[in-house]
Design a protein around this ligand. Structure first.
Ligand code: PEP
Ligand code: MG
Length: 325
């Protein structure tokens, strides 16, 4: 079976009736690009930049960040690289930032919330990403967005950084695409408001699942509740995809769910445009997508949306998958 899968490392992702979706890789450090190539990713759907900040004893300078982002986008050529701005807090600490100890770190001072407080850090990262955008297909993505005002605020800061680069004749892609992670239920519910301010969405099911079900993603005691097949999650995901499409924009997914073979046909049927995952998961997901038609996937998705529990949904998808593979 392993040998069989390897043929899916280097072919296009296309359903039997010709729908193309993009399979991307998630990376944390520039050297991870090697596995993105090894497994035939069509882009990078999530570059988790916090590792650049965690592996040093002090803030990485704009220059250090620029070198890292540039090396990735250059290696990827015309393929898209979605660079996520800093997502620390929660389970990820950075000693030199002296972050406060909190009762509920996952509900606290995290990601974009820190960036609005530390505009210096945010601006230097945005400058580095913009400068790298002159060398490849870089995109910007904000994490942990809870409401549209935050997107407007982040975009206003981005505009300031762009103006500054323009004034100083520093090259960047002025049409760089900007998106947000949909990983907080309030954002998934108000996708219609947020989509007007961005070019794309990427659904972060790891956080979206924990926040929707109020079950900590790190806590084994509530592991049985934490399940992305829950009907609430499927409804939120579908709403986000439909909303972006009704505005002519695209939605990807970069949480673990995007690399789950059992979820693949259903997500395809919902119209998901891009699946980004740990690179080694790509061949399997490509095999599944290339073995089904989009119209059948849509039917399977409709069936699943009628079911009422994660167990039923998983059992149903298991059966459908076994008919296809
Ligand atoms: C997510 O929340 O699904 C996600 C991709 O972000 P992270 O796992 O880095 O929080
Ligand atoms: Mg997240």
């Amino acid at each position: 079976a392993k040998k069989e899968l390897s043929i899916y490392k280097n072919c296009v992702t296309r359903t039997k009736d010709g729908r193309h979706v993009e399979l991307g890789g998630n990376i944390g450090l520039p050297q991870d690009v090697n596995s993105v190539f090894e497994y035939g990713a069509e882009g990078i759907g999530l570059f988790r930049t916090e590792f650049l900040f965690m592996d040093t004893p002090h803030l990485p300078s704009e220059e250090v960040q620029f070198d890292a982002y540039r090396s990735v986008v250059e290696k990827m050529g015309s393929k898209p690289v979605i660079i996520r701005t800093l997502d620390i807090g929660g389970d990820k600490n950075i000693p030199y930032l002296d972050l406060p100890k909190e009762e509920n770190p996952f509900l606290g001072y995290r990601a974009i919330r820190i960036c609005f407080d530390r505009i210096d850090i945010f601006k230097s990262q945005l400058r580095a990403i913009l400068r790298a955008s002159a060398y490849g297909n870089a995109r910007i993505m904000y994490p942990m967005i809870a409401s549209v005002e935050e997107v407007i605020q982040a975009n206003a800061i981005l505009s300031e950084v762009k103006s500054d680069l323009l004034e100083n004749d520093i090259p960047f892609n002025s049409k760089i695409e900007v998106g947000v992670m949909i990983e907080i239920p309030s954002a998934a519910i108000t996708a219609d408001l947020i989509i007007k301010e961005v070019d794309f969405f990427s659904i972060g099911t790891n956080d979206l699942t924990q926040y929707t079900l109020a079950a900590d993603r790190m806590n084994d005691k509530v592991r049985y509740i934490y399940n992305s097949f829950h009907p609430s999650l499927l409804r939120l995901i579908k709403n986000v995809i439909d909303t972006s499409h009704s505005h002519g924009k695209f939605t990807g997914m970069c949480g673990e769910f995007a690399g789950n073979p059992l979820a693949a046909i259903m997500l395809l049927g919902m119209g998901l445009d891009e699946f980004s995952m740990s690179p080694s998961s790509i061949p399997k997901i490509r095999q599944i997508i290339n073995s089904v038609s989009y119209s059948d996937a849509q039917k399977i998705c409709d069936e699943v949306m009628e079911l009422s529990s994660p167990n039923e949904i998983e059992a149903h998808l298991k059966e459908r998958l076994s008919e296809i593979l």
